[in-house]
Ligand binder design. Structure first.
Ligand code: 3PG
Length: 306
């Protein structure tokens, strides 16, 4: 029997786990579940006999792939696959997929929530500021970026984007104005949302040269990945610009320092929770299960990333 391991250190909602099990059982597969695993050894052990693997941000590196003797496919139930060693998977002939778009709404909703939370002084009862009629730049206009743009428009913000990979006319149908230079985005926008994947081209891309272009009241929002920000530049922005604020769902390594030195100008969720909704878990988890069934039974390779 085909065995599918769902290995999620940050567990899916139970309603999503039931949905995943349903999809797999109907295909005649067996589902094994490993949640909240406290040690890597547990993952290495659980993956041994798995034919397929569903993960979230769990690290799937060479060691995990080597331990998985029968593995044919890994599906990252989510968008970013920077946690998976694609080269090592390809070398072993293992297919890697993601489930693009399935958790985007949850991340976009949290993004707007974080902006409001910071602008209303972490709900401490003091006078805050409104987002309406302010300008927001979306750096990276994929599924999440576009949805943040649409929601920001809904609350009256003026929305711009820079993304060399998306069609200008397409984003403009959402009321989002495209700019052709990244510097223009940062110079124009008081609010800036980072929606880039983490890869070798984006690592530490967001630096002081870019951030310092932001106008008075500069507020950075990051619900993507911590690795895309050059942390010394972030610290420099905090120390040189009293107006600079940062809201994030992916706390930087300097989290403790920012919390202690800049309370009120810095908010971070305790654990990445953008995609942590029933709906996102159901959508991404069940899409992952369906993709595994379609691949193993019908050879369908849609959403393959390696
Ligand atoms: C993603 O890349 O899909 C999001 O960052 C969500 O990640 P998570 O599944 O680890 O919450």
């Amino acid at each position: 029997m085909i065995t599918v391991l769902v290995a999620t250190d940050k567990p899916f909602a139970s309603i999503a786990v039931n949905g995943i099990r349903d999809v797999l059982t109907r295909a005649g597969f067996e589902m094994k579940l490993l949640e909240n695993y406290s040690t890597r050894e547990k993952l290495l052990d659980a993956v041994k006999d798995a034919d397929a693997l569903i993960v979230r941000s769990d690290i799937v590196d060479e060691q995990v792939l080597a331990a998985a003797r029968n593995l044919k496919i890994v599906v990252r139930a989510g968008a970013g696959y920077d946690n998976i060693d694609l080269d090592a998977a390809s070398a072993k002939g293992i297919v890697v997929m993601n489930t693009p778009g399935q958790n985007s709404n949850a991340v976009a909703e949290l993004s707007i929530g974080l902006l409001i939370y910071l602008n209303r002084n972490t709900f401490n009862g003091t006078t805050g500021i409104e987002l309406s009629r302010k300008t927001i730049g979306i750096h990276g206009c994929g599924n999440v970026g576009r949805l943040i743009g649409v929601k920001a428009k809904g609350i009256g913000m003026d929305v711009y984007t820079y993304d060399p990979y998306v069609d200008e006319a397409m984003v403009e149908t959402y009321g989002i104005k495209a700019v052709s230079k990244v510097q223009e985005l940062y110079s124009k926008c008081q609010y800036l949302s980072l929606n880039l994947p983490a890869n070798k081209n984006t690592r530490e891309l967001i630096n002081f040269d870019l951030l310092s272009l932001m106008p008075e009241g500069a507020t950075l929002l990051n619900t993507a990945r911590k690795e895309i920000i050059h942390e010394p530049s972030l610290l420099k922005m905090f120390s040189e610009r009293n107006d600079f604020r940062y809201a994030t769902d992916v706390a930087p390594d300097c989290d403790a320092l920012l919390r202690s030195q800049y309370p009120g100008r810095y908010v971070a969720t305790p654990k990445k929770m953008g995609a942590q909704t029933d709906e996102a878990n159901i959508n991404a988890g069940m899409a992952a299960a369906r993709q595994i069934v379609n691949f193993l039974l019908h050879g369908n390779r849609q959403f393959r990333v390696n």
